[in-house]
Design a protein around this ligand. Structure first.
Ligand SMILES: Cc1cc2nc3c(=O)[nH]c(=O)nc-3n(C[C@H](O)[C@H](O)[C@H](O)COP(=O)(O)O)c2cc1C
Length: 332
């Protein structure tokens, strides 16, 4: 259907985002078996977590060779610069179809990835990220808009998904026409997938939508809360990174539901940064008690389009039907 589906023998131009601690082996393997690209969320590069979840995916896929060619893993580049053991383990012991790098310079790790035979995917947040990603050898670019759940560029540095897909498609057509493009950020159904294709993408990557599936490792109660909110009730800032003691570079921050604890600090981020003890104590207690008025739920603006918690295969089937009917409306 697109260059992206041809590359991985997919039945739908859709990829599961490698969501840290959420896209585990069950979810990645279910996506790969249902015909999409399934990326385990290697995230911060924790070797124990990544090796355990990747092996769960490999075992679930078993001898389904087609699905195995749709299984990969994603890592956070600035964290890999501190510790690349999980990436090394993956490359030394497996043959992932794809490895995705996000949030930082991909070039220090790209040679090793490409030499392993994996397809390099780079997530970008502005046009200036394109030349280094192409120089790194990315075969697939994920253009992530600030609507996205979880981490992304700050509102000042990032882009809205719609115009970002279009501009990135134009840039690639001129400078790197062999490179595929996926749109990401605020895309959670077949309409959004169809729209991204019309804008010039070869497919999309979804995070938030897959976060609210049965196989996702997130807390079940948090998933239900996510189905009851909307895009207005999410916001992007460094509040939860400070509360979680995550030392992210300042060009990135985090979109999550604006819960009570978030609202308490959103207009006083400098105060929180300089004096985080009180906020952290409340956050830690929220996590201990699974109280999501204080613990974070990291999903994006597409929350308003998420009203159920299906299994991944059912979701993928629904997205495919929605995409087909959206494309049919354009070309009856
Ligand atoms: C809970 C959560 C965790 C995420 N963790 C990562 C990550 O570890 N690495 C990464 O490259 N992207 C991560 N992302 C961002 C996704 O790659 C993707 O760009 C984003 O989810 C797309 O927007 P959407 O959430 O609107 O679908 C995460 C997203 C979410 C929702």
């Amino acid at each position: 259907m697109t260059r992206f589906t041809d590359h991985f023998d997919l039945t739908l131009p859709l990829a599961l985002a490698p969501m840290a601690l959420a896209s585990g082996g069950d979810l990645a393997s279910a996506c790969a078996q249902a015909g999409t690209l399934g990326l385990v969320g290697g995230g911060y590069g924790d070797l124990d977590w990544t090796s355990r979840e990747y092996l769960i995916a490999v075992e679930a896929i078993g001898d389904d060779a087609a699905a195995m060619k749709r299984l990969g893993c994603g890592f956070i580049s600035w964290k890999l610069a501190e510790d690349s053991n999980a990436l090394n383990w993956l490359i030394d012991n497996h043959q992932p179809a794809a490895i995705m790098l996000s949030f930082g310079d991909p070039r220090p790790f790209s040679k090793q990835i490409i030499e392993s035979g994996a397809t390099l995917i780079c997530q970008i947040h502005s046009l200036k990220d394109l030349p280094p990603a192409i120089e790194a050898g990315a075969k697939i670019i994920v253009a992530q808009g600030t609507e996205a759940g979880g981490h992304g560029a700050t509102q000042n540095l990032g882009r809205g998904t719609f115009s970002f897909i279009s501009e990135t498609a134009d840039w690639l057509a001129t400078h790197a026409p062999e490179t595929c493009l996926l749109g990401a950020g605020g895309i959670a159904d077949g309409r959004g997938l169809a729209a991204a294709l019309v804008l010039g993408a070869d497919g999309v990557m979804m995070g938030s939508r897959f976060w609210a599936t049965k196989e996702c490792l997130a807390n079940p109660q948090a998933k239900v809360i996510a189905t009851q909110t909307d895009g207005d009730n999410t916001a992007r800032s460094s509040v939860f990174d400070i509360l979680r003691r995550k030392n992210w570079p300042e060009s990135f921050d985090f979109r999550a539901i604006r819960n009570d604890l978030y609202r308490q600090w959103e207009d006083r981020i400098d105060v929180l940064r300089n004096n985080p003890q009180e906020g952290r104590a409340a956050y830690d207690d929220g996590v201990r008690q699974a109280d999501f008025n204080r613990a974070h739920i990291g999903i994006g603006e597409s929350a308003g389009m998420i009203s159920n918690v299906p299994d991944a295969a059912t979701l993928i089937g629904d997205i495919e039907s929605e995409m087909k009917s959206a494309l049919k409306q354009l070309n009856p």
